[in-house]
Design a protein around this ligand. Structure first.
Ligand code: ATP
Length: 358
């Protein structure tokens, strides 16, 4: 099922939680909503589910497969919902928790007891918890509980699955396993899924497309590759990983970073506009001698070698904190140590330039 949001705006009192959100979620797609706390992710998810309504402004429209659903109740929307802290019924077994949605609702719509048992057993096998059917929620780990919550949401055969930080309360290792499992499950059951997360790694790894939200608006929507490698704004670039910030001057299309000795900052003041360059740590290099491309003279503060690359934290002459990420081989070549004087330069690769003069 396809979801189309057109100019969705939501105001709480005088506070605008969502502003003209336009978004298309394709049939069978797994879309991640990513953004800082308070950016409107949960509000948007609740509006899709029908648990909340957008402003009655004549512009906010929600369609499922082209049909306007703004006024249909949550129960009619065939939406499955999993929350961060899904309240499984404590006094019901895993089996009965999953069967719950199949036992409520109009009698004529319910299946026979045999149908229900078959469906719950299929779902137990899907979440790989067949052996735990008779346990109570208190006898499960957090990850197992979330898998039961997911099976419970899937029992009603939703066309849309909405997940609000489903693994947010779990530790990093369990989260990682569960998100890969969720991706495989999503591919198996062909459902349109929207996953809310504030974890960029989770969004980039699991989703077909990622929507980055900021203060109730969509900053960018694109594939993980697009948002990471071609950020539409400084906010997106900053949100999706570590960035270093450098001051620069812009002359037309030419961007000139401040030079290592800081002289050009003053020298460039007369020409060009002020700009900021945002650079990821792995797009920088370090050398022990100054060369034409050095942007910053700095002293080594910390070196972190545990990991697939070496992270070198340096502090520039004017107090700029910069992190450079280099291959182990390059680090051995340089032979640098704490307190050494180094020069940071830009590799011939991606950076984000922001006109800062406005
Ligand atoms: P988080 O990652 O912290 O869950 P979020 O991106 O999901 O954040 P929302 O829960 O959608 O953010 O909230 C967006 C904004 O709307 C917040 O500033 C929040 O305080 C406000 N808000 C949400 N629900 C209400 C409400 N019922 N009444 C008033 N303000 C609300």
């Amino acid at each position: 099922m396809n979801i189309a949001l057109e100019n969705v705006t939501k105001t709480f009192g005088t506070f605008r939680a969502l502003q003209d959100v336009c978004l298309d979620v394709k049939d069978g797609e797994l879309l991640a909503l990513l953004g800082p706390s308070g950016s409107g992710k949960t509000t948007l998810l609740r509006i899709i589910a029908g648990l909340d309504v957008p402003d009655h402004d004549g512009k906010s429209v929600i369609r499922f497969d082209g049909k306007q659903v703004d006024w249909s109740a949550a129960q009619q929307r065939l939406v499955g919902f999993v929350f961060q802290h899904y309240a499984l019924f404590r006094t019901m077994t895993v089996f009965e928790n999953i069967a719950f949605g199949l036992r409520v609702g109009p009698r004529e719509m319910r299946g026979s007891e045999a149908d229900i048992r078959k469906k719950v057993n299929d779902l137990l096998s899907l979440i790989q918890l067949e052996s735990m059917a008779d346990r109570y929620p208190s006898q499960l780990s957090g990850g197992q509980r979330q898998r039961v919550a997911l099976a419970r949401a899937l029992a009603i055969e939703p066309k849309i699955l909405l997940l609000d930080e489903p693994f947010g309360a779990l530790d990093a290792k369990v989260r990682q396993g569960l998100r890969r499992w969720l991706r495989r499950l999503h591919d198996e059951i062909h459902v349109t899924s929207v996953l809310v997360t504030h974890d960029q790694e989770e969004a980039l790894e699991v989703a077909d497309r990622v929507v980055i939200m900021n203060a109730g608006r969509v900053e960018q929507a694109g594939t993980p590759d697009e948002v990471f490698h071609s950020p539409a704004s400084a906010f997106v670039m900053d949100f999706l990983g570590n960035v270093n910030l450098f001051h620069a001057r812009m002359d037309g299309d030419a961007v000139r970073p401040a030079r290592a000795d800081g002289a050009s900052a003053a020298e460039g003041e007369a020409t060009g506009k002020a700009a900021r360059i945002l650079v990821r740590p792995h797009d920088l290099d370090i050398s022990v001698v100054e060369n034409g491309s050095s942007m910053l003279r700095a002293r080594v503060l910390r070196i972190q070698t545990a990991g697939s690359t070496v992270k070198v934290a340096v502090i520039g002459d004017s107090g700029e904190n910069v992190v450079v990420e280099i291959p182990h081989e390059r680090f051995r070549e340089l032979g640098i140590a704490r307190d050494d004087l180094v020069f940071v330069s830009l590799k011939d690769s991606s950076l984000f330039v922001e006109d800062y003069s406005i």
